[in-house]
Design a protein. Structure first.
Length: 261
């Protein structure tokens, strides 16, 4: 074994199984039909988006909080309402059509928990682009989002980097899960999409380069800074072991960051 083989093997396990994909597809088809019947013309469109459409979602065995993002775009021809109004409408829909499932609001979404996956139903409006409720900490009620644009950026980045980027994203998201979600999954994806990976060819190269270029901000909590620095130290030790022809020790250092699943 080696660092690269460990990372490659691990990344291959951090994908949805065919059974999971089938169950999710069935649930999405059911959700789509129920939304259409319930809302009729008060909703202009609804669709799956997020990491599950980008191929970077983690399976439940790696992330018990793994979920499917699903956008519900409301018709505003009779006037635009506040985000909470649309969240309340989604809650009533879920309570009416999924009465036995666990339901909660996790601003700015309604979380629908099914046996095999969670759905995060995101209310949206269309105003020269899609807008979704802003996080509670924002002063604006709505924030713009571009689901198809985000997907294309990741797809292009993946294609331009020997198709290693999606594997790298899943590895880093796995580390994030194990550390208790110190970063949002989307922010990690954005960092990777915007990071340069000159000279990288193997997944190991990309993994090492990620940690070399990943830094916390001044405002980041110290305990999170410590987590990041700890990972960087393991990478540095792994490189030292590789330099002195000790691949087993190098692999052990990397397994301290992302152990086998």
């Amino acid at each position: 074994m080696s660092v690269n083989s460990h990372l490659t093997n691990l990344a291959s396990t951090l994908i949805l199984s065919e059974e999971e994909k089938s169950s999710i597809t069935t649930s999405i088809n059911t959700l789509s039909l129920r939304l259409t019947l319930y809302f009729s013309t008060t909703v202009t469109s609804h669709f799956q988006f997020g990491s599950s459409t980008r191929g970077t979602i983690l399976p439940r065995k790696a992330d018990s909080h793994s979920d499917i993002d699903y956008m519900v775009v409301f018709n505003t021809s009779d006037g635009q309402r506040k985000p909470q109004t649309y969240l309340d409408r989604l809650r009533r829909f879920v309570e009416a059509r999924y009465s036995t499932s666990e339901i909660c609001q996790s601003h700015p979404t309604i979380v629908l928990s099914l046996n095999h996956i969670n759905f995060e139903l995101v209310p949206a409006i269309y105003n020269y682009g899609y807008q979704i409720p802003s996080p509670a900490s924002y002063w604006l009620e709505w924030t713009s989002t571009d689901p198809s644009g985000n997907n294309k950026l990741l797809q292009d980045k993946n294609k331009d980097n020997s198709y290693q980027i999606k594997s790298l994203v899943r590895l880093i998201k796995y580390w994030n899960v194990r550390k208790g979600y110190p970063f949002t999954a989307f922010s990690l994806e954005q960092h990777i999409v915007n990071q340069s990976f000159w000279g990288c060819s193997t997944l190991k190269d990309y993994f090492y380069e990620f940690w070399s270029g990943f830094n916390c901000t001044y405002a980041t909590a110290q305990y999170i800074k410590n987590m990041v620095e700890n990972a960087k130290n393991h990478v540095r030790k792994a490189k030292e072991y590789e330099y002195t022809n000790m691949p087993v020790n190098a692999e052990l250092e990397i397994k301290k960051i992302v152990p086998s699943l």
